[in-house]
Design a protein around this ligand. Structure first.
Ligand code: SF4
Length: 334
């Protein structure tokens, strides 16, 4: 039996877990192709107009998969860590998909809610087992293997300062650690902030990571930072932030900025995203006024043009280079 997984949203966070789980249970995992023009157009057509870009892209990936698989995995994600929530759009995603794509094949939509504790990941998997009619011992074995794969993934992102794509081969298996390319950088360190489903999607981010790597930028994303440092950074906030994704972004930013560990910050936001606009505002104020580090704010939507995007990135990198190697005191405002 084939299970489809859309290469969007939480694919960038949990794919090693879900892939291992389903494969150990002897399902064939079918991943949608990387986002392209057709996927984006399909998603935009199928999805409600006022949704954010990543949700539209997700619809496009479902459209590509729907006739190729027996069921599509669309988890109802409520919380991914204790005492925190994520954006409500994830909660309603399975209903949204059923509503927007009426002829869709079976949707596998178990709830993922870690608000009360990480052990709830096991409940999520046991529920999947019940729906798929698999006995408990097989599910438990698959669960432990999946956890191991996920830990390896998260560990490598931090240890190798790698992006998820850099860790996998074309068949989405881990490449050998010795084959991970050593990065030659020009010692300019940039903090790249934003939702992983935006920054790591090469099409919707218009190849941003490729461009930064090509310019030999030393890149840090929140996935490359240990949780303990994010927690230290988030103590700078006047109130506890109850959104996981916002806390990750700001905690990472403040930890690195407080310790003078970066030359510049790029914040990638989605047009139509409420949490992004709030996080962006806090970040921009603090980065410029308190830390005096240049920040580039990039807003993604389905109409964004690549040439303007490239010009802004190039100009920003010029500013960083100037500050680093020419005059240390150039303005943080570009
Ligand atoms: S956090 Fe923002 S970008 Fe992500 S799904 Fe919610 S509204 Fe969309």
């Amino acid at each position: 039996m084939r299970i489809g997984i859309p290469r969007a949203l939480f694919y960038y966070q949990y794919f090693p877990f879900w892939k291992t789980l389903f494969e150990v249970l002897r399902f064939e995992v079918v991943l949608s192709p990387p986002t392209n023009k057709e996927i984006l157009e399909q998603g935009t057509k199928l999805c409600v107009d006022d949704a954010c870009l990543p949700i539209k892209v997700y619809h496009g990936h479902i459209a590509v998969l729907k006739d190729k698989v027996d069921m599509i995995f669309v988890p109802r994600v409520i919380s991914i860590e204790p005492r925190k929530y994520i954006c409500p759009k994830f909660l309603g995603l399975p209903d949204m998909i059923r509503n927007s794509i009426p002829d869709i094949s079976r949707v596998l939509d178990t709830e993922l809610n870690l608000y009360k504790g990480k052990y709830n990941m096991l409940n999520h998997v046991l529920n999947l087992g019940k729906i798929l009619k698999i006995n408990r011992s097989r599910i438990l074995l698959a669960y432990y293997k999946a956890i191991k794969a996920q830990m390896k993934f998260e560990d490598l992102l931090i240890k190798k300062l790698a992006t998820p794509q850099e860790l996998f081969d074309k068949k989405q298996n881990f490449i050998l650690e010795s084959q991970l390319l050593k990065k030659h950088t020009n010692n300019i360190k940039v903090l790249l902030l934003g939702h992983n489903y935006n920054i790591y999607d090469d099409y919707i981010s218009m190849g941003l990571i490729r461009k930064l790597r090509k310019n030999k930028i030393d890149l840090i994303t929140t996935e490359m930072v240990e949780k303990k440092y994010i927690t230290i950074g988030s103590k700078q906030l006047s109130k506890d932030m109850f959104w996981t994704l916002g806390e990750k972004t700001l905690g990472t930013a403040f930890y690195y900025l407080e310790n003078s560990k970066v030359d510049g910050v790029i914040h990638v936001a989605s047009f139509g995203c409420g949490p992004d606009s709030l996080v962006g505002e806090i970040l921009e104020k603090k980065t410029k006024k308190q830390y005096k580090v240049p920040i580039l704010y990039l807003n993604l939507d389905e109409h964004a043009g690549e040439s303007g995007f490239n010009t802004r990135i190039e100009a920003f990198l010029d500013v960083l280079e100037g500050r680093k190697y020419l005059e240390d005191n150039l303005s943080a405002h570009g």
